[in-house]
Design a protein around this ligand. Structure first.
Ligand code: AP5
Length: 215
């Protein structure tokens, strides 16, 4: 199944995508993760993306769409994929429709993660990520067994630069109207399912599994 996860920063897309993709045996493709890896490797893509990520702005569509097109053409996406953080603009949604058509495939579902913005600010300010494997934690809602250390690989947990309060506020501003337009776009295509992402992790996961038909 080919699925898009749509939602404002901090709604839990990455956390849920990671476990669902594992269960479904499909890749979790997160545009933010691809940019961060490119930045840490110092590639051309990373050089183009860095200023945008640091300030909470969107990377230009032409850069992002080309990158997603290449990634979706890879063999491991054949059984399906979870695309997390793309599209974020109508131009990206239209590009995705074209990419899918060219690949002779179809986007089956768009899951919209809905949660109030005050909750998102708290989640993002308490988020910690593993500097080695990228696993995501929260200081209160999803803490590691040992403070500051990743359960999965023993790496050091750090705060993302763009999780500082001012940048979080900017990210919400940048994405608010665009996300609303995408909701309408996918409602018209009959692909949108909204889930309440404001509950505990397990409840969100339960709704998500029902929405995609995974037991
Ligand atoms: P990206 O990395 O995609 O960031 P984002 O959309 O801002 O989303 P986040 O990763 O911050 O949030 P999430 O919904 O995945 O939440 P998470 O599961 O981590 O993008 C970063 C940047 O890259 C952008 O600003 C932009 O510059 C660029 N970019 C990316 N895609 C782009 C595109 N398509 N076009 C242009 N530019 C692009 O959860 C958050 C926290 O909450 C965690 O601590 C987690 O443990 C906790 N949590 C999760 N669920 C729950 C729950 N149910 N209850 C309690 N806590 C929870």
């Amino acid at each position: 199944m080919n699925i898009v996860f749509l939602g404002l920063p901090g709604t839990g897309k990455g956390t849920q995508a990671e476990s669902l993709a594992g269960e479904m045996g499909v890749p979790h493709i997160a545009t933010g993760d691809i940019f961060r890896q490119a930045i840490s490797r110092g590639t051309e893509l990373g050089k183009k993306a860095k200023q945008y990520l640091d300030s909470g702005e969107l990377v230009p569509d032409e850069v992002t769409c080309g990158m997603v097109k290449e990634r979706l053409a890879e063999q491991d996406t054949k059984p399906g994929f979870i695309l997390d953080g793309f599209p974020r603009t109508i131009a990206q949604a239209e590009a995705l429709d074209r990419i899918m058509q060219e690949l002779g495939r179809e986007l089956q579902k768009v899951i919209f993660f809905s949660a109030p913005e005050d909750v998102l600010i708290k989640r993002l300010s308490g988020r910690r990520v593993c500097s080695k494997c990228g696993a995501t934690y929260h200081v209160e809602h999803n803490p590691p067994a040992q403070r500051g250390i990743c359960d999965k690989c023993g790496g050091e947990l750090i705060q993302r630069e763009d999780d500082r309060e001012q940048t979080v506020i900017r990210r919400l501003e940048v994405n608010r109207d665009k996300t609303q337009k995408l909701i309408t776009y996918y409602q018209r295509q009959g692909k949108l399912t909204t889930i309440d992402a404001n509950g505990p992790l397990e409840e969100v996961q339960k709704q998500l599994k029902e929405a995609v038909g995974v037991q």
